[in-house]
Structures are given as C-alpha cells and as structure tokens.
Design a protein around this ligand. Structure first.
Ligand code: MD6
Ligand code: FE
Length: 207
C-alpha cells in the first residue's frame, strides 16, 4: 500500500481516507464468514439497555457487555466456543495501517465487529477495557458512510464531526488513546457491497 494517501493527523488520530477501499470486498466476505459461526447480536449494557449496534468478534479475545459489565472473553458467551480466528487479511491490514500512523509492530489480538442498520448509533464512549494503552486502535469501516464524533479527554469536551466512508481507516493512539468518540445515528441508504448497513472493524491489543 502506498504511503501517500493523504494521511491527516491530529492529537493521536490519523485518518487514512480510502486506505482499505481496494480490500473491502474481501473484508466483507470475511465478516460474513465470521458471522456464520459467531452471529451478530445486540448486547446489553450494564444498565440493561440493548445496544442498537449488532456486535461480534474475531481473534483471541472478544469484547462483550452484559449486566455484569464490559470485558474481553476468550469464548463467545452465546455459543461457548472460541471466537473465530482473525483472518490473515485483517492482521495484515491492521499492521499496515498502524505503521502509517507511526505505530510499529502492532499485532492485534482482538477485532470487534460492529454492524449498524439505519438509525443505529454509538454514544460517546472511551475504549478502556484493553490491558495496554500504548498500543493503538485501528478502525476500518466498509459499507454505508457515517458521521464519527471525535471528542476529547472529557465527556463534555466539544466533539468534531468526521465523515467516514467505506474503506476509510482511522489509526488512533498515543495522547488520544482514551479520548471520547461515537457515531451519529446511521442515515438510511443502500451500499453496493453491504446493502443497508455499515460495518466497523476495530482492531485492538486487548490482552
Ligand atoms: C465505529 N468505533 O466506528 C465505532 N473506537 O463504529 C469506535 O468506537 C472506535 O472507530 C476506537 C477507535 C476507533 C473507533
Ligand atoms: Fe470506540
């Protein structure tokens, strides 16, 4: 992949517009394969509210939420089986993107896969259930575009809006690792690859 795809950086966030655009069909096929053994489900928050986003995972660890809290698990609580292995193309993409964001030697062990139907949203949150905050997070979003909210270290910090389109990649770490962020309710639409859905893959080093 070429190093000059207009990277933009601010406060620990690197945007790589279109970085994965050529790979989205393979990513989508892999997501469907994973969802065949670990189906998307609407997990419940610790406050008892079902999330609007459907979630599944691949890799050694998967992020889950239920009434007891947020955590990483080695097995899928729905099936009792290990999460599906992380496909090689996922690992490769995450490593290449991390290097573009100046994070060398990033090896993800967890990939959270989010599926947004029209109207689904992700309220402002921090990603803080991982062991190692020195590792970045790499995020890739095939399918319908969405508006990403990029806040600051406090929940009340004013958030800016970033449009994320299919194949765009974010690399995020360093001083911004614990910044608040979210996704506005997904606008309805039809995407040639994913239909009425946006997929988001976030690669982390959780263990
Ligand atoms: C999403 N993403 O894009 C939600 N978190 O659907 C996240 O919550 C996220 O994209 C940490 C790093 C990158 C992300
Ligand atoms: Fe997040």
């Amino acid at each position: 992949m070429t190093p000059d795809l207009f990277p933009e950086q601010f406060a620990g966030l690197t945007r790589l517009p279109g970085f994965a655009a050529g790979t989205t069909p393979e990513l989508w096929a892999a997501v469907q394969n994973i969802a065949g053994s670990a189906p998307f489900r609407q997990m419940v928050t610790p406050w008892g509210k079902p999330m609007s986003v459907g979630m599944t995972n691949c890799g050694a660890a998967g992020w889950v939420t239920d009434l007891t809290g947020y955590r990483y698990t080695a097995t899928d609580p729905e099936t009792g089986r290990a999460w599906p292995a992380m496909p090689e193309i996922f690992v490769h993409l995450a490593q290449e993107a991390a290097a573009q964001g100046r994070f060398k030697n990033f090896t993800p062990d967890a990939c959270l896969i989010n599926r947004y139907a029209p109207g689904a949203r992700m309220s402002l949150h921090q990603d803080r259930n991982e062991q190692d905050f020195t590792a970045p997070i790499v995020s890739v979003s095939p399918g319908l575009s969405a508006i990403f909210l990029w806040g600051g270290p406090a929940r009340t910090d004013k958030a800016s809006r970033i449009i994320l389109e299919s194949g765009d990649v974010l690399v995020w770490g360093g001083p911004a690792r614990l910044y608040f962020h979210g996704i506005l309710p997904l606008k309805d639409g039809e995407h040639p690859l994913t239909g009425r859905a946006r997929i988001n893959l976030t690669f982390r080093k959780a263990l």
